[in-house]
Each structure stands twice: as C-alpha cells, then as structure tokens.
Design a protein around this ligand. Sequence first.
Ligand code: GLA
Length: 380
Amino acid sequence: MKPAVLFGSIFAAMTMPLAAMAGQATSASFGHTADGQDVQIVTLTNSHGVRARVMSYGASLQSLWVPDRNGKLADVVLGYDTLQGYLDHRQYFGATVGRYANRIAHGKFTLDGKSYRLSLNEGPNSLHGGAKGFDMRVWKVLDVKAGAQPSVTMEYVSTDGDQGYPGTLTIKANYTLSDDNQLKISYLATTDKPTIVNLSNHTYWNLAGEGSGTVMDQALMIPGDAITPVSDAAAIPTGQMVPVAGTPYDFRMAKPIGRDIRDGSSQQLLFGHGYDMNWVLSRKEIEPHVVARAEDPQSGRVMTVWSGKPGLQFYSGNFLDGTTVGKDHHVYRQGDAFVLEPQLFPDTPNHPDFGSARLAPGQIYRNVIVYRFGIDHTGK
Ligand code: GLA
C-alpha cells in the first residue's frame, strides 16, 4: 500500500469516530404558559447517550439519562412529562431558584441602611425568591450549541422591585454536558443597583431512576463538619454552627441516607420531617471542590457534586406526599428523592456572621455547580 493511501485510510478511520463523537443539541417547543408564553425544551446529548433536557420554564433540568454499571440508561431526576405538571405544582423540580434560594426570615432585610420587604410564601417567611420565584419564570433561550460539549444558555431579567428585591438583576444560566458525563450549571448575575443574590439548582435526584421508590438505601457523603441549626419548623437558622459529630447529621463518611433518619434524639430532624438542613462546607467562597457524593449501590450510579459556595442544603424529599403524579404515571412519595443545593447559608442577609449576599453594580455573581456521573463497579 502506498503511504498516501495508508494515510488516507487512517485519516478516514480517525475522522469517522470523531464525527460520531460530537454531542448534539436540539430545541423544541414544550408548550405554553397560561398567559401564552412559549416554553422551549433543549435536549443535550453526548456520545455516550447521556441526555439532559433543560426547559426554559424556570431554566429547569427536566430530565437526565445516565448509565448504570451495565450501561442501562435511567432518568435520575424527578419531574413531569409535560409542562402542565410544572405549571400546576410548584415543587421546584429541577428548577433554578432565586433571587434568594432558601429562606429569608419574615421576608425582611437591610441593605446599605435601607429596609426591604419581600413577598412571603412560606408562612411569615420568604422561600426560594417569594411568591413568584425564578422557578416560575419563562427564561429566554440565548444560545444552543452542538459539538464536543453541547450546551444551552438562558437568560432572565428580573426588574427592580421584583418580589421586593432592589435592582434590575440579569441572570444567565448555562447548562453544558461534557463527553466525560459531567453536567455543569453556571449561574452568572449582574445588577444595576446593590442587591442580594443567592442562586441554586433544586433538582430532586434518585440515582436508581425517578419513580423507582425510596432513596433511603442510597449512600451520601457531605464533607461538612457543622450545620446551621434552625429554631423551629419554619426552618430559619438560629445563627449557630453546631458540629455534626455524634449526630444523625454526620455524613462525613458516606452512609445510607435512611440510616439515621429515624433517630428521634435530634429535634432538628423532627422540624424538617427528615433532612432539610444547611451544611457548613466553608466559611467563605472558595474554589470549586467536592461538596457531596451520592451512590446507588444497586445500579452502581455515582454522582459527585462540585461547587465553591460555603453552604449545602440537603433535603430528603420530606414533603413529597404521594399526591402528585410525575413522569410515566409515577407517584412520588416521601423520601423518593434527595436534593442538594449548593448556596449561601439560609437567611444570610440577617446574619452578618454568615457572610454576605450583596452584589453591587460592576460585580459578577457566580455559582458553578458540576454534577459528575460515574459507575462504582465494586458494589453488588
Ligand atoms: C427546599 C427547602 C425545603 C422545601 C423544598 C421544596 O429544599 O429547604 O424545606 O421547601 O425546598 O419543597
């Protein structure tokens, strides 16, 4: 064979798999809101068949298909097959939560000497941005990219005074799927007046697949050695930081989520009807690092979560009460999913010790969350 031909055939052999390896990104309509806004759904697929669907209602992760140790794909996030499910039930399934993820006591805070009152939507407090949080907005799809790392970028502009928050806040949410099975969510925000910001993602995970039952046997590790306890069922932090050692809140060594969830020696667990607590990962923003690792021993699916935020809210799906029908006619019951929300500590604007949620003009707010999926071949 002549060298040129040999080169040609090697070249052909090399380019074909390269072309087949490219990730895909497609966009379609997912329906309309009651006021007639079109909601888009973007599907990102990598060369291993891992598929993420992101909808513009709430810039939400609608589904994510990842392989088990035998290569079998399952959708590991709870949600609905149709937009109507999301419109009918505000459960934050897969959603981007803000302007302030988690709670602000009495919906009140002071910034630069001025007091603000937010919309209240959980008793006397403001949760996940108030009565109409970012999870309920239709975001604008700015960019859908195919290629080695398929991605979508969405934008939402929250006006000055929206839900009581000062300043026009422009938020970009980017979802990127890599070929090594990482889904990265980057939230960026800028403002035209000083304001407060805390954005996170509220996906409900079940590594055995949504609708497969309880996650109590799935193992979780959180490298935080303290929590910010709450004063009652309204879940507002007392301001203390209490070590997890010797409590059901100790997840420093991986353990099944359900192992200590019935340990009534902790009043905190009773307040939340299970785990619903902020872990102290660091005292300030640091470089992205592992903030949680979860594993389903049956399927071998492993998820590692990275973020640079100081807090992590871990919620064990306590208020899923079997009253809603999710994807594929699945009923979701208490403990059928876990939620991991990297963020600032709850109610930070009212606890100077917790840090600062302030964003000023000229600054860029960032929360980059990476979910990496892998397989544990040692289990089972
Ligand atoms: C967060 C809160 C929980 C609950 C869920 C949504 O995780 O901490 O108390 O409100 O959102 O149901």
